[in-house]
Design a protein around this ligand. Structure first.
Ligand code: KIV
Length: 342
C-alpha cells in the first residue's frame, strides 16, 4: 500500500510560484469530489460558497449559504483530502459585521472542520482589517478580488471587473493590500488578462485566476462547471471537460426503465439460497400459513421434514444471524428497546 501523501504546505505553494509551476485549484463539496481532485493531482481544494448554487439549489446567488452548512461540507472534504491544501470559503454574513465576528467564524472553520485556511472576498479596508485579525490568530487567509459574487448586486451583476484603467488599478491595489495584510494567495476573478498579469508580476504571493487569463500563477474552476454537472448558462471562462449531467440523466433513465420492465434486478444482482434451506423455509412458511388460516397442520409431518421457523435473510446481513430466541422472550421485548426504524 502506498503511504498517504504528505500535506502540501503554504511555503511550498509560494515556491511553486517562484519556480513558475502552475498551481491547480478546484472546488469540492464532498468526500468523493475531494478524492477525485486529490487523485488527479490538484494542489488546493476550495470548499467554495458556490455550494449555495451548485449543491444547495439556490438560484444565481451565493449569499444564502450559512456558516453551519459550509462547516458540514468542509468536514466532508477534509476527511478525504490528504495532500491538497483545503480552504474553507467564508460565507456572506460570517465576516462582514466585525473583525471579532470574522475571527470567531474563521476559528470555527479551523477548529470544527479542520480546514488548512479560509478565504474571504474583497480588498477594501474592512476586508484588509479582517485578514489582519484572522492571520494574527494564526489562521492562513486567501484573498479574493475582482468579481466578488457575494457583492454581485453592488457590482451591478456577475460582470467583468477592472475593465477601465482606473478600475484595473483598483483591482491591483486591492490585491497588493491583501498581500500586505498577510494573505498567502489571492483569487482574481473575472478581470481582463493584462490586469491579472500585472497583479501576478507585482505580488510575491501566488495569484489564482478564474476568468483572469493565462498569466496567473494558478487557475481555479468550479467542480460542477468543469465536469458538466451545471446545466444552463455558463460563464465564458469555464471550460467543460466532461458532460456528466448527460451521463447521469442517461443512467437514471435506464434504471427507471429497467425497474419498470422488471429487468432489474436480474440473477447477478440477486442473492441465492441453498436448495435444502429453501425447502425447509418453504415448509415453515406452509405451516405458518396454515396456522394463520386457523388450520391445524400435520405438525408431526412438518417435524419429520425438519421444518422450523426460518429467520429472514437480508442481503449482506445474511451471514450475521443471531440465534433464534424463544417465542416468550420475544413477546416480552419492550418496544422502546427496538432500534430506531425497526
Ligand atoms: O466559491 C467559489 O467557488 C469561489 C471560486 C469561484 C473562486 O469563490
Amino acid at each position: 500500500m502506498t503511504p498517504p501523501a504528505a500535506k502540501l504546505t503554504l511555503p511550498e505553494l509560494a515556491a511553486m510560484k517562484r519556480r513558475g509551476e502552475k498551481i491547480v485549484m478546484v472546488t469540492a463539496y464532498d468526500a468523493p469530489g475531494a478524492r477525485f481532485a486529490e487523485d488527479a493531482g490538484v494542489d488546493v481544494i476550495l470548499v467554495g460558497d458556490t455550494a449555495a448554487m451548485v449543491v444547495l439549489g439556490h438560484d444565481g446567488t451565493t449569499v444564502p449559504v450559512t456558516m453551519d452548512e459550509m462547516l458540514f461540507l468542509a468536514r466532508t472534504v477534509v476527511r478525504a483530502a490528504r495532500r491538497p491544501i483545503v480552504v474553507g470559503d467564508m460565507p456572506f454574513g460570517s465576516y462582514q459585521v466585525s473583525d471579532e465576528d470574522a475571527l470567531r467564524n474563521a476559528i470555527r472553520f479551523f477548529k470544527e472542520a479542520q480546514v488548512d485556511a479560509v478565504k474571504l472576498e474583497g480588498g477594501g479596508p474592512a476586508s484588509v482589517s479582517r485578514v489582519e485579525t484572522i492571520v494574527a490568530a494564526g489562521i492562513p487567509v486567501m484573498g479574493h478580488v475582482g468579481l466578488t459574487p457575494q457583492s454581485a448586486t453592488m457590482l451591478g451583476g456577475f460582470k467583468t471587473q477592472g475593465k477601465t484603467a482606473d478600475a484595473a488599478r483598483r483591482v491591483v491595489a486591492e490585491a497588493e493590500a491583501l498581500e500586505a495584510a498577510g494573505c498567502f494567495a489571492v483569487v482574481l476573478e473575472a478581470v481582463p488578462a493584462p490586469v491579472a498579469a500585472d497583479a501576478t508580476r507585482r505580488l510575491a504571493i501566488p495569484t489564482i485566476g478564474i476568468g483572469a487569463g493565462p498569466d496567473c500563477d494558478g487557475q481555479v474552476l468550479v467542480y460542477h462547471d468543469l465536469l458538466g454537472l451545471t446545466e444552463g448558462h455558463l460563464p465564458r471562462f469555464v471550460k467543460r471537460y466532461a458532460n456528466l449531467s448527460r451521463e447521469i440523466r442517461d443512467a437514471l433513465e435506464a434504471y427507471v426503465a429497467d425497474v419498470r420492465a422488471g429487468t432489474f434486478p436480474d440473477e447477478q444482482h440477486t442473492y441465492a439460497m441453498a436448495d435444502e434451506e429453501r425447502e425447509l423455509f418453504a415448509g415453515a412458511e406452509e405451516s405458518r400459513h396454515a396456522e394463520e388460516h386457523d388450520y391445524e397442520p400435520d405438525r408431526e409431518d412438518a417435524r419429520s421434514r425438519g421444518a422450523r421457523p426460518a429467520p429472514a435473510l437480508h442481503g449482506a446481513h445474511a451471514d450475521n444471524q443471531q440465534p433464534e430466541r424463544p417465542e416468550h422472550e420475544r413477546e416480552q421485548e419492550p418496544l422502546e428497546d427496538l432500534p430506531a426504524g425497526a
